[in-house]
Ligand binder design. Structure first.
Ligand SMILES: Nc1ncnc2c1ncn2[C@@H]1O[C@H](COP(=O)(O)OP(=O)(O)OP(=O)(O)O)[C@@H](O)[C@H]1O
Length: 535
């Protein structure tokens, strides 16, 4: 329970201000309500600073973000919560950058509003320098952490431990940059091996807390009955085997960042304790009644679908919304285009040096395999493949036969049939059938016939000797129907659009697979679909 505070509410809708008042009056706060930015400035000029600003960003006289920035940065409203009906990450990030400690999506429930107000009022007021993202010493004056990499933090192709310059990764870097200066919690999602821990560390290293500790806890790796003590600590004698006091990850991360990986593995009772900690900023060790204040930024991650986990009742909804103030979704490696080769080449050089091997690069065929494989294990799998190849082989150039299974197995020969919509109806069902039995279908066409579009092209992987795809002859011109023939010629862009749409349909919406069969980069499909979108 926090002590009553002076709260200025800037809300243009009378029904919403009434709802806030009803919710917050219960805690005895002193509330002032205005409905425009101009009225907020006037009120503060005559009444002096307040403890908390509760501001709807959609104001009738505009400038909700500007007002937020102005009042938080000049100390008139040292803490702020923004309310917005616009549920985009962009809006949340913008509000955080302008100084909001939390962003609530409208409509907001009474408990959620009261919880957020209590939590924000319990937070120490950030210094102006920290809010502005200036580098400085950690809150506890800890020794500076040695940088994790010797290389510069940002180059054209890398960003704080990430290698990659593809559009989806650049979008992730922008989000990290925007989120880093704030103390807001960050929720990272992405398949296993996409770099969620790299992302958490990048947020820490880019933040004003970078001199403080970065503590990572993998909730999946800790036995359930020890998890509470690992996160919140314990006192001597709290349970059998607790022979000394233990600080726990939260206290160890004081002044820095606590990364909770695989947060979905936490059981529901511990989730409730984590929520209480996030709301109060106070830690209670196992076996102790004492509440200890800590200053920690929480970043968490999961490779499960958090919405499905909430739906299934395995993840508390209130905790999820409290944690995902800012969410970052890391794309799977197969959607990062040329990043695959950038990462492969970078690690080939690194591992080559470590293993004293002379490799200079990959052959064109090997690169094509790397680029079209589906990478279910993402960057982690790519790193393992490169390490495997370097350790087990010698030479100048990595060739396809050096790659470990399943990359060294030609799973099929793909005729360019899907590129012609007249033939796609024949090729499609067979291709998708092969795709189902060979998930690593994304292997590129190989062999002498590949890419020639010859009727009866052999399909490897369909039993001994391969199968044979009967292909109808293309329409013939008879010479006396020039006009008729010309009418059948359609613009190339249209043929391509249709081929892409058809391939996506036949691949049941799997763009990566469609791109592999079309022998184009998935980014090309995304770009063209973006262009097609109205507006
Ligand atoms: N873009 C990248 N560039 C270079 N290395 C990367 C990149 N992404 C990930 N890695 C490396 O790949 C490995 C896996 O990354 P990380 O552990 O961060 O993945 P994760 O998403 O947290 O996986 P999991 O869900 O299984 O915990 C690490 O060795 C990491 O350093």
């Amino acid at each position: 329970m926090t002590s009553p505070a002076r709260i200025l509410i800037v809300e243009p809708a009378p029904s919403l201000s009434l709802a806030y008042v009803t919710a917050l009056k219960r805690d005895g706060h002193d509330l002032t309500i205005v409905d425009t930015a101009a009225a907020a400035r006037r009120g503060l000029a005559s009444g002096g600073p307040i403890d908390l600003l509760l501001i709807n960003l959609q104001l009738s006289d505009g400038g909700g973000i500007d007002l937020l920035r102005e009042l938080t940065m000049n100390g008139m409203a040292p803490r702020a919560i923004a309310l917005t009906a616009q549920g985009s990450v962009q809006a949340a990030v913008e509000a955080m950058r302008a100084g909001a400690a939390d962003v609530l999506l409208l409509p907001v429930g009474t408990d959620r509003l009261r919880g957020a107000v209590t939590a924000v009022l319990a937070q120490p007021v950030a210094s102006r320098e920290a809010a502005a993202g200036a580098p400085g010493k950690g809150a506890k004056g800890r020794a500076a952490k040695a940088p994790a990499m010797a290389e510069p933090a940002i180059t054209e192709y890398s960003f704080y431990g990430f290698i990659g310059a593809s559009p989806p990764m650049k979008a992730a870097y922008r989000l990290i940059e925007a989120a880093a200066p704030s103390k807001a919690t960050v929720f990272i999602t992405g398949e296993s091996g996409t770099g969620k821990e790299v992302c958490a560390e990048a947020i820490h290293r880019r933040s004003p807390r970078s001199d403080g500790p970065f503590i990572a806890i993998n909730c999946a790796a800790i036995p359930k009955d020890l998890m509470e003590s690992e996160i919140f600590g314990h006192v001597k004698g709290a349970f059998t085997g607790a022979s000394t006091d233990h600080a726990g990850a939260t206290l160890q991360a004081d002044g820095g960042t606590l990364f909770l990986d695989e947060i979905g593995e936490m059981d529901l009772s511990l989730q409730a304790k984590l929520l209480r900690f996030l709301q109060t900023g106070m830690v209670k060790k196992v076996g102790s009644e004492k509440l200890e204040p800590v200053d920690v930024r929480i970043v968490c991650a999961t490779n499960r679908d958090p919405y499905a986990e909430v739906q299934a009742g395995r993840f508390r909804e209130d905790l999820f919304y409290r944690l995902q103030v800012i969410s970052i979704e890391l794309p799977p490696l197969r959607e990062r285009g040329d990043d695959i080769l950038l990462i492969a080449r970078y690690f080939l050089e690194k591992y080559g040096k470590e293993e004293r091997k002379a490799f200079k690069g990959f052959s064109i065929e090997a690169e094509r395999i790397l680029q079209t494989y589906a990478w279910p294990g993402n960057v982690r799998q790519l790193l393992n493949v490169v390490r495997n190849v370097v350790v087990l082989n010698d030479g100048d150039e990595i060739k396809p036969f050096m790659l470990p299974p399943p990359l060294n197995k030609p799973t099929m020969i793909v005729p360019p049939i899907l590129q012609d919509p007249r033939w796609a109806a024949v090729a499609g069902p067979l291709a998708s059938q092969i795709g189902q039995s060979f998930p690593s279908l994304a292997a590129p066409p190989t062999g002498p016939m590949a890419g020639l579009g010859i009727p009866g092209v052999p399909i490897a992987g369909l039993g001994a000797g391969g199968g044979s795809l009967p292909v109808p002859s293309p329409p013939q011109s008879t010479g006396d129907v020039w006009q008729e023939d010309e009418r059948r010629i359609r613009p190339l862009w249209q043929v391509e659009e249709e081929a892409i749409d058809e391939a996506i349909r036949l691949c049941h919406g799997n763009i990566t697979r469609a791109a592999a069969l079309l022998e184009i980069n998935p980014c090309t499909i995304y770009r063209r679909r973006q262009k097609k979108r109205p507006g």
